[in-house]
Write a protein that binds this ligand. Structure first.
Ligand code: AMP
Length: 505
């Protein structure tokens, strides 16, 4: 089954529903949007000679055309390659060449950047600017019939954020997206046609995946004119449209909390957060502002947005005796996957023992595009090896420790940076922190903390050390502190520990 069936269904059965808005202005109903997708699908095949399975790259910021491009391609059985618009032009070149996309849609200055390197990308037949007339003319084509595809047909080539090494292209099938949608409705949130999703987070990543779940319900997609996260805009658009959901990384939630005090949150229905650790201290503050609106998910490109979910009821119920442990977890497995914790031999570990998180189920990718060796390692034995470490309790709540490569071993003992970070963040003068390991001839590794203090704080390393003495085992205390203006982050807001290690060890 083709995932674009949901667009066709929404166009036919919910045709009058709001489909896309730009800021506070409605742009298309579902009848109009579906029609555009079906026409675009035809034009891609007839004018550019694309055939089922060919790939089409989308390299632009969030804008209304994004959705018609995703569904236009799927209508015609083509696969999409949405690329993070904030990457460097060399990274665009790598992904465009590696993916073998035949067409690339872009806009604005990104279009200019790609036009300058277009000649170097052998497999690319055409680069199209969505602001040009040539793009508008594509919609003169007749509608195409929805292509029949099998569940393992490639829908989305999802390039991992690549905090280390070259990004890998996780192959996400139509079947994977159907399973993700079903997990969203069952485990994350119910969506109704009166709801809106605000796409402030990149459509090339989490927000795009969740767009698919919102098309199923014929809900409205609101594109912010800022094309990103602007705190006032988030509050004002959600107030305008009401029943608004959005996905945000924990760093964004922190910004919303810092700058959003006193603003009206009643237009927000749900905030799904994930993608990086949410520290308990930050969550406590977020919960005070957003109440029952917060839901956490844990996923990765290889099982998009779908491994575990921490429901809103758990987050909101601060009276639960083990609330802190529960919200420090990433919740329970989505109903559409199996999750287990395993040792280095893939043998399942008992509750509370830390091991690698393995995932099996219909959301797990087909493999990595043109990378059989990485596919073999990552999907060994039919389980997705996430590279994340964690443990499960008896009730199935999963607590992430760290990525296996981020764990430190000092004096033969495992130290999980996250645990030290959680403690340091409890200090009122600490705004952000990231803990890394530094090689040490005697201990193997030393704990090093990279700290961003709140403005004008006079806090010193010895005061932080004293704070740690009071809160964690002595061997976990950082041996060194680096005070920084800001932590290096990638374009999805994840802290780049590799960059910190290069700079400070
Ligand atoms: P990506 O494939 O870019 O979405 O990155 C996925 C990785 O982000 C996961 O393997 C985790 O290491 C991390 N991650 C995702 N969700 C969470 C979460 N809720 N809490 C902590 N880390 C997360």
């Amino acid at each position: 089954m083709n995932i674009a069936i949901h667009m066709k269904r929404a166009g036919r059965s919910f045709g009058e529903n709001r489909a896309i808005a730009l800021g506070k202005t409605l742009v298309y109903t579902y009848a109009e949007l579906d029609d555009r997708c079906a026409r675009l699908g035809r034009a891609l095949c007839s004018e550019y000679g694309l055939e089922t399975g060919d790939k089409v790259a989308i390299v632009m910021q969030n804008r209304p055309e994004y959705l018609e491009l995703l569904y236009g391609c799927w209508y015609a059985g083509l696969a999409v390659v949405p690329v993070n618009a904030k990457l460097h032009v060399n990274e665009f070149e790598y992904i465009l060449s590696h993916s073998e996309a035949k067409l690339c849609f872009s806009a604005g200055s990104i279009y200019e950047d790609i036009a300058a390197i277009e000649g170097r990308i052998e497999t690319l037949d055409a680069l199209i600017n969505v602001d040009d007339d040539a793009y508008r003319r594509l919609f003169d084509a007749d509608r195409i019939e929805l292509a029949g595809v099998e569940k393992d047909h490639l829908a989305w080539l999802f390039y991992t954020s690549g905090t280390t090494g070259k990004p890998k292209g996780a192959m996400i099938s139509h079947g994977n997206l159907f399973a993700m949608v079903s997990g969203y409705a069952t485990d994350v949130d119910r969506i109704s046609p009166q709801d809106c999703i605000l796409h402030s987070a990149p459509l090339s990543h989490g927000s795009g995946i969740y767009a698919v779940a919102h098309v199923v319900a014929a809900a409205c997609h609101v594109l912010p004119p800022s094309r990103g996260f602007d705190v006032d805009e988030v509050f004002s658009l959600s107030q305008h449209w009401k029943n608004t959901t959005f996905f945000a990384a924990p760093t964004i939630i922190k910004r919303l909390v810092d700058q959003g005090q006193g603003l009206d949150v009643s237009g927000i229905k749900t905030i799904v957060y994930g993608g990086a650790p949410m520290y308990v201290e930050d969550l406590r503050q977020a919960q005070a502002l957003f109440g029952e609106r917060l839901i956490q998910i844990y996923g990765q490109g290889e099982s998009p947005m779908t491994i575990t979910c921490l429901p809103r009821t758990v987050i909101a119920d601060q009276a639960t005796p083990d609330w802190e442990a529960k919200v420090a977890s990433v919740g329970i497995p989505h109903s559409v996957v199996e999750v287990r914790i395993a040792d280095a031999n893939d043998t399942e570990l008992p509750p509370h023992e830390v091991g690698e998180i393995l995932v099996r189920g219909d959301t797990v990718m087909l493999g990595y595009w043109k990378n059989p060796s990485a596919t073999e390692v990552t999907l060994k034995g039919g389980w997705l090896h996430t590279g994340d470490l964690g443990f499960m309790d008896e009730q199935g709540f999963l607590t992430l420790k760290d990525r296996s490569k981020d764990m430190l071993i000092s004096g033969g003992i495992n130290i999980y940076p996250r645990e030290v970070e959680e403690v340091l963040l409890q200090h009122p003068d600490v705004a952000e922190v990231s803990v890394i390991g530094e090689p040490d001839p005697e201990w193997g590794e030393n704990v090093v903390a990279c700290v961003v203090l709140r403005p004008n704080s006079p806090l010193t390393a010895s005061e932080l050390d004293q704070f740690c003495v009071e809160h964690i085992a002595r061997f976990k205390r950082p041996k060194k502190y680096h005070f920084l203006e800001a932590l290096p982050k990638n374009n999805y807001g994840k802290v780049l520990k590799t960059a910190l290690r290069d700079m400070h060890t």
